[in-house]
Ligand binder design. Sequence first.
Ligand SMILES: Cc1cc2nc3c(=O)[nH]c(=O)nc-3n(C[C@H](O)[C@H](O)[C@H](O)COP(=O)(O)OP(=O)(O)OC[C@H]3O[C@@H](n4cnc5c(N)ncnc54)[C@H](O)[C@@H]3O)c2cc1C
Length: 368
Amino acid sequence: MVQKTAIIIGAGPAGIGLNIALNQFGIRDTLILEKSDIGSSFEKWPSSTRFITPSFTTNGFGMPDINAITPDTSPGFTFKEEHLNGQSYQKYLKAITDIYKIKIHTKTLVTNVNTHTNGYVITTNKGNFTCKYLFIATGDFSFPHKPFEFGQHYTEINDFKNIKSQDVTIIGANESGIDAAINLAKLGKKVTIISKSTGFNGNVADPSISLSPYTNERFKQVLNDGYPIRLLINRTVTNVEKCIEGYRLSINEQTDEHITEEIIQATGFRPAMNPLIQSLFETNQHIVKLTNDDESTIFKNTFLVGSTVEHDTAILCYIYKFRARFAVLANLVAHREDIVVSEEIIDYYKQNQMYLDDYNCCEVNCSC
Ligand SMILES: Cc1cc2nc3c(=O)[nH]c(=O)nc-3n(C[C@H](O)[C@H](O)[C@H](O)COP(=O)(O)OP(=O)(O)OC[C@H]3O[C@@H](n4cnc5c(N)ncnc54)[C@H](O)[C@@H]3O)c2cc1C
């Protein structure tokens, strides 16, 4: 049985960024267990999908590239692109893993976690591991929310060119729904979007809620260019069934109906349904309950890290948000292990705006 001080489940930006911080804060006996490959969620993005958060090598002035997971790297610098695609970002994660010599066991699926006297026993398809500190960094992408039997979820689309039908209906009008609509419209499809709400042209400042400027701008452009897109808001799809023409959608408890050849479910994710999260954390609806240290409320030394972390005042669904927690958690573990941490390393993260130790300062208000 392999024994480690800290084990992280998931080799996405959260798991890798946290591992680097742990090592820098003196916790060197660490390992990442990854069911697939490094950065595999990004490898699976549709080929046309690009980062909505723009990369720019702002490093050195207290604001590292918004998509970087360490203060001293910049995907924008490496790829000379502002809006990276998933494959480039996966290459960035692989490069950073080599530079920082991070230990990762890939193709290692964690199926269960049990407590034992001094920590946790982790069961995988490659044998058992034990650790004192456990970090769940399994992300959203592996847990798509697919409320209807028919139609593909956004995460199942490798390339929009593979969609052969001419008349496509998208359920959901936030980032992925609008992105799908733009791509399909440009391929000459007749697109309908049906959604309860949309962040398009919204007036909420927090980009975790409203549509990003990048997607908003692209969508406005295709509408202005006259592509055939219908946006139907304030409508809830309540049922989908097969019919001769394709699919029949019931809307608002059957007060309305819509017939379409093909459906895409851009209905988001349900990471709290992850069996590992269910067994290690308390959950309330779709939110994982956490202490202010992002620790489980039932198991000590088990933490959640990455895009799934949510508090009343902060939704950490973007890399620039959740990266600000790596050093704080590393410092906490160092403290519990009686490791003396130099002020220099804490200052380094603080000076780079990657040290969020108070969630009360995260409210997003923009006066213009
Ligand atoms: C289409 C799309 C566009 C996006 N654009 C942006 C953007 O522009 N900017 C931005 O900041 N964010 C963006 N995001 C969000 C961003 O991708 C996520 O915030 C980020 O991937 C979360 O990182 P993570 O490490 O938490 O999860 P992931 O990157 O999903 O990594 C989790 C890893 O855990 C592994 N795993 C899961 N379960 C197990 C298990 N049981 N055992 C072992 N391994 C397991 C998975 O294989 C995966 O590799 C976008 C998301 C999508 C879907």
